[in-house]
Every structure is written in C-alpha cells, then in structure tokens.
Design a protein around this ligand. Structure first.
Ligand code: ATP
Length: 323
C-alpha cells in the first residue's frame, strides 16, 4: 500500500540524501526553549503531558529519557516515529505540531484536546452512551483509524485513554509512538513482571498475548489486525460501560485470550448486529478480523430503527453479569 511505500522511500532517501532529510526534519524541530511549559496534565507510562504554549495552546509530551538509553538508537527511533507522525492530517486524529529532538529533552508537541477521554467518560464519570451515540463515536474512530492504516501506520496502543471526545467529535492520540516510548522507559516499572500495566491487557489480541515475554515488549507482533482487536474492546466499553473480563486477574485473562476464549456477551442487552461487530473484531485468527473501511460500512448500515428502540437507554449488562 502507498503508505508503506512512502515510508520505505523515505528511509531510502535518508540514506542517500541525508542533507535533504535533515532539512525536512528541521521543519518539525521545535527548540525546547521556544515552548512554554505550564502545569502537568497527567503522567503516563512513558512520559508526562503538560499544557504548554507554542503559537497558542498546545499539549507537550515530555518523554522520560533514561541516561542509559541515550545511545543514538533512541534518537533514531524517535526521529523515525516523528517522521511518521508528521504525515498525519485527519480531523479525528490529534494534530501533530512538531517535536523537540535534542536529547535528553525529547518532547512531542500536539494540539491540546479540550474534551475528556472516553476512559474518563466511561470509567470515571460513569457516563452512559446510548447505542446511537456509541455508533457515532465508533464510526469516527473507524474513520481516523482507517486513515492511519491507509498510510501504513499502526496505532499499537488504541484504547479509551487515547481517545478524546470534544463536543461529540472523536480525536485519537498517541499513535505510532509505542516503540520510542518503550525505549525511553525500558521496561515498565509500574507493571508486573511481564511489563503489563493494568488496563492494557484487554486490548491485546491473542497473538500478542501469546508473544508476551518479560522484557520483550518491542518484539510484540502489532499489526492492523491487532488495532482492530483493540477497537473491539473500545466498542465493548462504549456499550457496556466496563472492561471485558472485569475483575479477573491478569493470569486468567492471559490464559483465556491466549486460548481464544472471549468475554461472554450472553447477558449483554444489544442487537445481534452490534454483538457481531464485537465478535468479528475479537476473532482469534487475525485474518478473520475486518479492516476499518468494512467496519465503518457495517456501522453505517446498522439499522436505525433497531438502534432507536430505546433511545434514552444505553445498551447494558444485566445485573447478573456483574456478580
Ligand atoms: P499510558 O501511558 O498508559 O498511555 P495515558 O494515556 O494516561 O497512559 P499519556 O498519553 O502520557 O498517558 O497522557 C497523560 C495525560 O495527558 C492523560 O490524562 C491524557 O488524557 C492527557 N493528554 C495526552 N495528550 C493530550 C492532548 N493532546 N491534549 C490534552 N490532554 C492530553
């Protein structure tokens, strides 16, 4: 596909015309001192996000760079990921504005998202999403993700924490930065021995679960199909207001997903077509999962009548499912 070709062409040209490449990189290189950094918005696994100002309000993700990891390969990976990031322009994707590329000060500057994340809506505020609203959100996620995939970019970390909702508009963040963030922090200090932070596991497709090894997160087999699996989990959270395998220990989730066991939908009050989307996204075999354009097509075809059956009530799990 053309996205992949563009990337490999870039790599090729880097080797042959380094000067040209460094010129184009310069367009995106923001001197650290030009960015005003204000308060911390939040800290993730690999970086701290601050509100900032650079020609207006921005979000600045300061990567935690360990002195030991500063061996040149970190900077190369960072530059490569930035070169991918800068090619994205879509209304459902956060706007990349530039990066500070002088170690140890590595930072990514993006537009500041104003709304809340889907995670905050669903899990902290316990906001209920009607089936109609869930479909609108899912359609926008599919649109943004379809664009990324068409450009050959795999998100690798699609989850409700990385999806903002700004007055009904979906904005996806944090795509394609998985490798550099992993490199920065080495293995996750806050996760368990496999380096798995809580809340991450249920987004991981069976082939990733099966490849989990301590200290080997860079080798995980992410693909377009693993992004689709993660989308399935987001779809489930939207519909049910909770994570799949809720309350179960990581070992049990790993065992079940690795064997192809899925979260039961028996107690879920939703139409067949809505459940079918979940099941096909969570297919055990990567090849059986749909791509985002066909998912979007399915979402657009969901019968309005059926969705409108109980417009003011979200799809939900019956009480028995929680016990
Ligand atoms: P993880 O490290 O597991 O991905 P996370 O997604 O919470 O966790 P970050 O992506 O580092 O971690 O984000 C930290 C905080 O900053 C979160 O509260 C996130 O919502 C917020 N944030 C990230 N990007 C933006 C942005 N562009 N605009 C506004 N807030 C943002």
């Amino acid at each position: 596909d053309s996205g992949v070709r563009a990337d490999s062409l870039d790599k090729h040209s880097n080797a042959r015309w380094p000067r040209q490449n460094s010129l184009s990189m310069k367009e995106w290189d923001i001197p650290y001192d030009d960015v005003k950094i204000f308060e911390v918005i939040g800290a993730g696994r690999f970086g701290t996000v601050c509100r900032g100002s650079w020609h207006g309000a921005v979000a600045v993700k300061l990567l935690h760079v360990l002195p030991l990891s500063d061996d040149g390969s970190l900077l190369d990976t960072f530059k490569h990921e930035v070169s991918i990031f800068r090619k994205t322009r879509h209304e459902n994707l956060v706007l990349f504005m530039g990066a500070c590329m002088k170690p140890p000060r590595l930072a990514i500057v993006t537009s500041l998202c104003k709304g809340m994340t889907l995670y905050t809506h669903i899990h902290l505020r316990k906001d209920k999403f009607t089936a109609n609203k869930s479909v609108l959100v899912a359609q926008q996620i599919s649109q943004g993700m379809g664009y990324l995939h068409a450009r050959g970019i795999i998100h690798k970390d699609l989850k409700t924490k990385n999806i903002f909702l700004e007055s009904g508009k979906v904005v996806i963040t944090d795509f394609g930065l998985f490798s550099v963030t992993k490199l920065c922090f080495g293995n996750n200090a806050r996760g368990d021995s496999l380096g798995i932070p809580s809340g991450w596991l249920c987004y991981l497709a069976p082939e990733i679960i099966r490849a989990l090894r301590p200290h080997a997160s860079l080798l995980l087999p992410f693909s377009k199909a693993t992004d689709i699996y993660a989308f399935g989990t987001v779809w489930y959270e939207l519909l049910c207001g909770e994570f799949p395998f809720k309350g179960q220990p990581p070992e049990s989730i790993i065992w079940q997903v690795g064997k192809g066991v899925k979260q039961s939908l028996a107690n879920m009050q939703a139409s067949r077509d809505i459940k079918d989307i979940l099941m096909v996204c969570w297919s055990y075999r990567a090849a059986d999962r749909p791509d985002f354009p066909s998912l979007l097509n399915t979402l657009q075809k969901l019968p309005k009548k059926r969705l409108a059956r109980s417009p003011s009530h979200p799809v939900h799990l019956s009480r028995s499912a929680d016990s």
